[in-house]
Design a protein around this ligand. Structure first.
Ligand SMILES: [Zn+2]
Length: 393
């Protein structure tokens, strides 16, 4: 369904009348005598806007009619009002795609594979066999020169013969040439068949900026911004850089250097913290092991499991002791049974015994066994009795 109102991007107001009304799932679906609302197709999203001051929820085509979905009921007369800012935003990106893709098609023999309008940046996928920043810069320069020339974008309704005489792209065997054709041409650059909304001339694109590119299985994906999206992109990124430069107290262009320095400082700090932790645990282990008994029980608090394990291995490596250590973790706990290699007990056997009685998960070897479960005073009493039993042997 070709809607000739789409030829004029700036036709954003219309008075019309209701032809049909349907109530579906509590929402009102209207078809009107005429409409200016763009219905999603060709990669371009629906228009947004108001109908009698009520926000348009959706618009779709069914039975060759455009249906407009509203939350509230309306009556005649009907006034349609399209959100021009949003329409311009998507038309700028779409029209920019016409310009850049054609230049890539003709000058670089890179076929158009995919194009996508994103919220923050947009992308195209092109069949380049090779691509680098230098090539992209040259294409960007050529696009922006065309924009400066303000070349018009002309909409036409050609016959099949007229269209075939101008298009160079292969539309494939399945293309239906019997429908009403609509051409979009940028004289001297592009001639295409397209039913979307376009800007009237290239100056409406402001400029095109290629952000980056990456290799895909089919060619290269190129991210870009144009028109209002380019201005929004700059502002959005400037705001983040501005905030970051204030937080780091450096100039915006020195942010990366400053972050690298912070990472290095963090690494050095972590390493020195680890040295202190090791020294602290050595003192802690010495204090714990300064007892006449071979075996002991101790309840620990305020460590993470990894630090607790570090302390346990210092004890068993440096002292001829065996112990049951319980690390309290809120209403849970982590239990370690460990011993110096000179001692005869089997840590895994003892752990297994405790684990089966108190439903702990885990395991290990004769030297060290460990696991977690629920914290209880019964568990502590059991561990203390076990230690007393070992010391009594
Ligand atoms: Zn188009």
């Amino acid at each position: 369904m070709l809607n000739k109102h789409y030829d004029n991007l700036f036709e954003v107001d219309m008075d019309t009348k209701i032809v049909e009304e349907k109530l579906i799932d509590g929402k009102y679906h209207y078809s009107f005598e005429d409409t200016i609302f763009y219905v999603k197709s060709g990669g371009m999203e629906n228009d947004k806007g108001l109908i009698n001051e009520i926000p348009l929820e959706d618009v779709y085509v069914e039975d060759n009619k455009a249906w407009h979905v509203l939350k509230e009921k309306i009556t005649n007369p009907v006034h349609l009002s399209v959100d021009l800012d949003y329409r311009l935003f998507k038309s700028q990106i779409h029209s920019a795609q016409h310009l850049m893709c054609t230049i890539m098609n003709t000058d670089y023999h890179a076929k158009t594979i995919m194009f996508k309008t994103g919220e923050i940046e947009s992308e195209i996928e092109m069949g380049f066999t090779t691509l680098n920043r230098e090539i992209l810069n040259a294409i960007e320069k050529r696009c922006n020169e065309c924009i400066i020339q303000d070349i018009p974008i002309i909409i036409g309704y050609p016959t099949k013969e007229e269209a075939l005489a101008n298009i160079w792209e292969d539309y494939g065997e399945n293309f239906d040439w019997d429908i009403q054709l609509r051409s979009v041409s940028i004289p001297g650059i592009d001639y295409d068949l397209c039913a979307c909304i376009h800007v009237p001339s290239l100056r409406y694109l402001h400029a095109i900026k290629f952000l980056g590119y990456e290799k895909t299985t089919r060619g290269y994906k190129i991210s870009f911004v144009a028109g209002q999206q380019l201005l929004d992109y700059i502002q959005r990124h400037y705001d983040v850089f501005h905030e970051a430069s204030r937080s780091l107290a450096v100039a915006q262009l020195e942010i990366n250097e400053s972050i690298q320095k912070l990472f290095q400082e963090k690494k050095e700090l972590a390493s020195s913290l680890n040295d202190y932790k090791q020294k602290y645990f050595e003192c802690y282990a010495k204090e714990l092991c300064n007892i006449p008994e071979l075996y002991f029980f101790h309840e620990f608090d305020g460590f993470d499991v990894k630090s607790f394990q570090q302390l346990c291995s210092i004890i068993t490596n440096q002292y001829e002791k065996g112990f049951i250590g319980l690390l309290k973790l809120d209403d849970k706990c982590h239990v370690v049974v460990a011993k110096n290699k000179a001692l005869p007990i089997q840590a895994n056997e003892i752990f297994k015994e405790i684990a089966s009685k108190f439903e702990l998960k885990g395991g290990g070897n004769p030297g060290i066994s460990q696991g977690g479960g629920n914290y209880s005073t019964d568990l502590i009493t059991y561990c203390i009795n076990k230690i007393n039993q070992l010391n009594g042997q």
